[in-house]
Design a protein around this ligand. Structure first.
Ligand code: ZN
Length: 460
């Protein structure tokens, strides 16, 4: 049975001011109903200001990142969408006609992108409304029903969130503040819309439940009617909301208080020039350019700052070594400390000198990990961190000298090795590591010893 899944995703844009007034947007940090004015509380006679330019540009940038065609040179009306709810005192929400259309993200078609305003927050338990959030700009992204399974849907939402985070244009908690409606249908059944989804995980669970429910009804010959359902996060189920509202129920009309938005080619080109490379394309480029595994590229591009850091060091050391350190060690330390790559205090140069020490064998991988942990915690030159930790790395060439001396002093073990007793290698390795005061990396020692011993065999 064919499955069709499509999304309407809403995310808050990161602007200083609201969309149609000058109220600040830090609604979560201030007492209820303090970031408000007659405009964003819908007082009779209050006229909206022109839409916040920063919000319009953000919506354009997001549209371009999603490969959309921005509708330049035509009047783009802002509509009033009417519905009754306590968080909406004016009785309508302002939403633009599509600013951009016909995009695509990893094979999923993006139908359109709108600019909207957030309503207030109604608390049904206390019956109070907080209007701090009212008027915060939102971007709405509508996809075509191109997804075929909950797993695909989850992967797509993760990627979409990553793309939006890359722009830096959505609020940093975007992943958490995402609100989505999903429409889902099975072949032979009606289209069901599920609302109240607040996370990627929520979307996945709602889809799992809904597909099972629909399949069961179809199997029993009960049919699936077209309807709107709500996802109940606490119970991981969906329940009926109301008969599907038809478009005309919202009584859309152009807002007579606002002139239409006109987007010029110049604005779009300017945004395009400033725009960062989208993560899914960057991932592919890192694989091709540096020859690193896809899995590593995926981790590295999970945050824009992490990918920037990688590209600053990858040209100077072995990219495979760097990719491995990024994917496993650096990411691990950052996760452990609950840090994002954008929050670290060390420089690319400091990380580079650490990786060079590891690459040249001057310090062992284990020592390198200790230094890395310190570098993230208390950024400083890696040479100084070594001193602070009481680790003295080997001098250039010191390891070779030590190996030479140990071979000289343990001729019997050398003969044993050459005579086929491979365990003599362990003995010699132990001697070298001991002579270095524990500073030499045993793996490196084994490599050099083997090379030298095989060289001796050649001369016999
Ligand atoms: Zn206001």
């Amino acid at each position: 049975m064919e499955v069709k899944i499509g999304f309407e995703v809403h995310l808050q844009l990161r602007t200083e001011r609201k969309l149609y007034c000058d109220c600040p947007t830090n609604y979560a940090e201030v007492p209820p109903n303090t970031n408000v004015c007659p405009i964003c509380t819908g007082m009779p006679g209050a006229k909206p200001m022109r839409p916040n330019r920063a919000a319009v540009e953000a919506a354009v940038e997001i549209s371009l990142m999603l490969g959309c065609r921005v509708r330049t040179g035509e009047p783009l009306h802002i509509l009033r969408k009417h519905y009754d709810y306590p968080d909406l005192p004016s009785g309508y929400q302002r939403t633009s006609v599509p600013l951009a259309v016909e995009g695509v993200l990893e094979g999923v078609r993006i139908r359109e992108v709108h600019l909207e305003e957030d309503p207030g927050q109604y608390d049904p338990v206390s019956g109070t409304v907080d209007f701090n959030r009212s008027g915060i700009p939102l971007v709405e992204i509508v996809t075509e029903p191109d997804l075929r399974s909950p797993e695909e849907a989850r992967r797509f939402l993760r990627l979409l969130t990553r793309v939006l985070e890359y722009t830096g244009r959505v609020r940093p908690e975007a992943g958490g503040a995402m609100r989505a409606d999903v429409n889902v249908s099975l072949e032979g059944g009606g289209r069901v819309e599920v609302k109240n989804i607040n996370s990627v995980k929520g979307a996945y669970r709602a889809l799992k439940f809904e597909l099972q429910r629909q399949a069961e009804r179809l199997r029993r010959g009960q049919g699936v009617s077209r309807e709107t359902r709500a996802y109940l996060e606490s119970q991981m189920i969906t329940v009926p909301m109301r008969a599907k509202e038809l478009e005309e129920d919202y009584r859309y009309i152009p807002d007579p208080d606002l002139p239409p938005i006109l987007l010029g080619e110049e604005l779009v080109e300017e945004v395009r020039r400033r725009m960062v490379e989208p993560p899914h394309l960057r991932e592919r480029r890192l694989v091709e350019r540096y020859g690193i595994p896809l899995q590593a590229a995926r981790v590295i591009t999970s945050e824009r700052e992490l990918a920037d850091l990688f590209e600053r060091v990858a040209g100077e050391v072995d990219p495979l070594l760097a990719a491995d350190w990024f994917r496993t060690k650096l990411k691990k330390v950052l996760n452990y400390l609950g840090l994002r790559a954008g929050e670290v205090g060390f420089s690319a140069g400091q990380l580079l000198s650490l990786l060079k020490m590891v690459e040249s064998g001057r310090i062992s991988r284990e020592q390198g990990e200790l230094v890395l942990r310190e570098l993230v915690r208390r950024p400083e030159d890696p040479e100084r961190i070594l001193l602070r930790l009481g680790l003295s790395p080997l001098r250039e060439g010191e390891l070779e000298e030590l190996v030479g001396r140990v071979l000289e002093e343990n001729r019997e073990a050398v003969q044993d090795y050459l005579g086929g007793r491979k365990e003599a290698l362990n003995f010699l390795t132990g001697k070298v590591v001991g002579a270095s005061g524990g500073r030499a990396d045993p793996r490196e020692v084994v490599r050099i010893l083997r090379e030298r011993l095989e060289g001796l065999r050649g001369r016999d």
